[in-house]
Design a protein around this ligand. Structure first.
Ligand code: DC
Length: 212
């Protein structure tokens, strides 16, 4: 049972996929945390983020793991650090290098294989690239103004700044050449704009039940 949950930020992807995993008794994998940890490593080495070879040299050497919702870079818990502004600003650039993505996708597939191929996996390309044969693919979406409001509440920023940052990241994530954010083949699209959190979770759980 592999359930993929993709979609842009501010759609409730992270909270929904964690709740679904917990209710369904499945391990949860946040693939965005791998991109964030790789970005943190690149920032620490002070490389030119646009230099694909330099990025690959850094990302190819690091060890990455996720356990109980915590992200580990070279054995150290970096869960808080990877949520900082510096990483959030730089992550789209590191995510745009195809070879970096290949390395991180391999880490993600190994993680799921080590968890007996049972997981709820969330990200931007998990149903299209990482697990194209997943048991169930969900694509969460929401209207831009709803996403910005949710995000602003989460990070406590001015909604106008958040709208600008979301638009910038959406553009980068959906127009990059390597694995752009798309609705994966066979995915069920769930628009969360007018749904309560519990309703989204119940809908996904019933889709899982239909597959088991
Ligand atoms: O979900 P998040 O905001 O933590 O993801 C951080 C960034 O990582 C996001 O802007 C794009 C990138 N990402 C990606 O390219 N592919 C994934 N599967 C997950 C995240």
């Amino acid at each position: 049972m592999i359930v993929t949950v993709d979609g842009p930020s501010g759609t409730g992807k992270s909270t929904v996929s964690k709740a679904v995993a917990s209710r369904a008794g499945l391990p949860h994998l946040d693939t965005g945390a791998f991109y964030r940890a790789a970005t943190l490593a690149a920032l620490r080495e002070a490389i030119d983020l646009a230099d694909a070879d330099a990025a690959v040299a850094v990302v190819g050497e690091i060890s990455l793991d996720q356990d109980s919702g915590r992200m580990f870079l070279d054995g150290k818990d970096v869960s808080s650090e990877i949520r900082g502004d510096r990483v959030t600003e730089a992550v789209s650039q590191i995510s745009s290098h195809p070879e970096v993505r290949r390395i991180l996708v391999n880490h993600q597939r190994s993680w799921v294989a080590e968890h007996e191929s049972r997981a709820v996996v969330e990200g931007r390309d998990t149903g299209s690239v990482v697990f194209p044969d997943a048991t169930l693919k969900i694509y969460l979406d929401a209207r831009p103004e709803v996403r910005a409001k949710r995000r602003a509440r989460q990070v406590g920023d001015n909604p106008d700044d958040v709208i600008r940052d979301l638009a910038r990241r959406d553009l980068l994530d959906s127009t990059r050449e390597a694995s752009p954010l798309i609705v994966p083949d066979g995915a069920v699209i769930v628009d969360t704009s007018d749904l309560a959190f519990d309703e989204v979770v119940e809908r996904v759980l019933s889709l899982i039940s239909a597959k088991s």
